[in-house]
Design a protein around this ligand. Sequence first.
Ligand SMILES: *Cc1c(COP(=O)(O)O)cnc(C)c1O
Length: 446
Amino acid sequence: MHRFDEKTQQLSDAIAAYADNRLKLNPVPLDGVATPQELQELVGQTITREGMGGLPALELFTERLAPKCLSIDHPRYLSFIPSAPTREAAMFDLVVGASALYAGSWLEGSGAVYAENQALRWIADLVGLPPTAGGQFVQGGTIGNLSALVAARDTARALTDKRPYRVAATFGSHSSIETACKVMDAELVKVPVDDWQLTGEKLREVLEENGPDTFFAVVATAGTTNFGIIDDIDSVADVCDEYGIWLHVDGAYGGAGLAAPSVREKYDGIERCNSFIVDPHKWFFAPFDCCALIYREPMLGRAAHTQHASYLDVLTGSTDWNPSDFSIGLTRRARGLPFWFSLVVNGTDAYTEAIERTLEVARFANEEIKKRPYVELVREGSLTVVVFRRLGWSAADYQRWSDDLLEREEAFVVPTSHEGETLARFAIVNPLTSEDDITAILDTMA
Ligand SMILES: *Cc1c(COP(=O)(O)O)cnc(C)c1O
């Protein structure tokens, strides 16, 4: 057996011990944020010609840098969309890091790609996509949405000599759709909503107004980031079918709810999409960064994204399943493996249970807000986002309250806004977030 030298062995043990300890912390500290000046004083210059040595470098991280990073998996981290990796997924991320895997091509990473594809298949089954559907794990919803929309555009332009340049999406669609359109020099047309949802009827009006053949894609959102609203996908799919327009479903946050029977019917029609994304790093308990991008017809993704070069001919000339062919980006980490491993270890029922648990706590939060006279729900909650107002508070009041909670490491709840009004918002994706956490935070607003 090969051995490390003594120093390297000590570092290896220390890193394993750190990871072991971090994964056992319960509760994890919320930790905080520092200014660049504060970090300059606390940490200073770390990279030197001689090197610092392993243990001091690790200590520098654990004692001075890590405490200045919020723990996204803290049960009272309820801002943006949090993340709550399972321990198995987080542990396996270490294995992925230690294994020098390359998962861009079948030739180089067939075992990893095979396993990742089973995780993609589980998701494709939840959506109801045919056995031929497939794709890859990209780093996040932003790249997932962009990659799908590029495939949609190329497909549309290959079919006609017109050059459709527009995308239609719901008003509540994520900022990354706007970004994707900017990158592609496409025009985003936001469709007015009907009771907060994108519907086929409203979509049809917008298509007719602008000329249906100027559109190459429609984006339905399955769980808006700010409110958790799921568009009326079935009626949207009818209109997409009628006009022959690609339907992309952005389920970056809400897609995980497909595994929860109590909300499954809200997604009806999703099986008709041409492409779909969900971020396992959001509500599917995987570590950053991980987005499943799935095409109904992977060939169309491949036609849009395969990179060609003489030094790649050995890969692109084959019929192998090369993940890099389905998205922007060539080199890729096997970032779907931690998610896959956790699914294998825990079984999919555990995922259903954990997601249902977060839905239960979100329903509790809705009820609790209705009971309290000083707060008011903005809209009856959908999925696990809860948006509410504190009666009588100004934007500055919300900010002060939020800053104070973080300062005391009590909770991380930043305000959001809707139609110009500042509001409070909980996003619950952590099965360890409890009813007590919700009441404790609401109590601080009294
Ligand atoms: C978070 C989110 C995105 C962007 O995903 P990233 O992983 O942050 O790039 C896109 N769409 C929706 C609905 C989201 O919630």
